[in-house]
Design a protein around this ligand. Structure first.
Ligand code: ZN
Ligand code: ZN
Length: 266
């Protein structure tokens, strides 16, 4: 008997443009249809306009690739419109110093939604990777500040792997800061992601002490596959574990995102 899929939408899908994903966009779409998804959102690592001359981030598409990204996905949207709804998004960092230029870059690009992934809260180049184990209290606080600030821009549709910050110092401080994050994001009406890639690979996220805070403050969560390869668009066993974790902490799961937010740029 065919297994019943546990979710019907995934908004966190990468493409080869980020230099650490594989497969064609079409293969991701075909896998999603096979798995029974009705909505597939691509949110590849966004291009950024950096002020540091000559700097290109190694894990994201280049600005000049954005147009082709949108074109390829628009063609698939049209071709597959009777079988699956395809959305064009980006996974972006909220870097306040670069934010104005960033908004200009995506304003008329055809991108429909943004998810926030703060891989380097202190910016690039030079910032430390959020997922690296570290007891730096300032890094934790600046991570929380930048996520809340991003939520307050009103342009993001959800927060990807909100618990990526891998703080190994004082646990009470961790809980206080992450409680501040959850409350700040919930206040803006944004869902938080339960990240399937982290769960499958046993990364430091998702963290149960974080999920407990989400449950306590009635945050909504959205399961995001964070697929970097087509077969991970829907990973049934890991999604099952994520659903069980949400249940354990009394967290309401949602499959909807607000895709009207970027219209505020127009
Ligand atoms: Zn990635
Ligand atoms: Zn990410």
């Amino acid at each position: 008997m065919k297994q019943e899929n546990l979710i019907h939408a995934n908004y966190h899908t990468h493409t080869v443009r980020c230099h650490h994903a594989e497969g064609s966009e079409r293969e991701y779409v075909e896998e999603a249809i096979k798995a029974g998804l009705t909505t597939l959102g691509f949110a590849d690592h966004t291009p950024y306009i950096f002020h540091t001359k000559g700097y290109y981030s190694s894990f994201r598409m280049r600005p000049e690739e954005l147009e082709g990204y949108v074109q390829v996905l628009r063609a698939l949207q049209e071709e597959y419109k009777d079988r699956i709804s395809i959305l064009i998004g980006l996974e972006a960092e909220h870097y306040p110093a670069l934010w104005q230029d960033y908004c200009k870059l995506i304003k008329n690009s055809g991108v429909q939604y943004l998810i926030m992934g703060q891989h380097f809260a202190a910016g690039e180049p030079g910032g430390k990777y959020s997922g690296r184990a570290d007891d730096d209290e300032e890094r934790l606080k600046s991570y929380v500040d930048s996520v809340i600030g991003g939520a307050q821009t009103g342009l993001f549709s959800y927060v990807a792997h909100p618990d990526i910050i891998n703080f190994t110092g004082d646990h009470d401080l961790y809980l206080a800061e992450m409680e501040r994050l959850v409350q700040g994001v919930v206040k803006e009406g944004l869902p938080l992601e339960l990240n399937i890639l982290g769960l499958r690979e046993g990364r430091s996220y998702p963290r149960e002490d974080f999920l407990e805070l989400v449950g306590k403050h009635h945050g909504k969560m959205i399961i995001g596959s964070d697929a970097h390869t087509p077969e991970h668009v829907y990973d049934h066993e890991t999604v099952r574990r994520a659903v069980a974790l949400a249940e354990k902490y009394g967290i309401e799961l949602t499959e909807r995102i607000d895709t009207t937010r970027l219209q505020r740029l127009l």
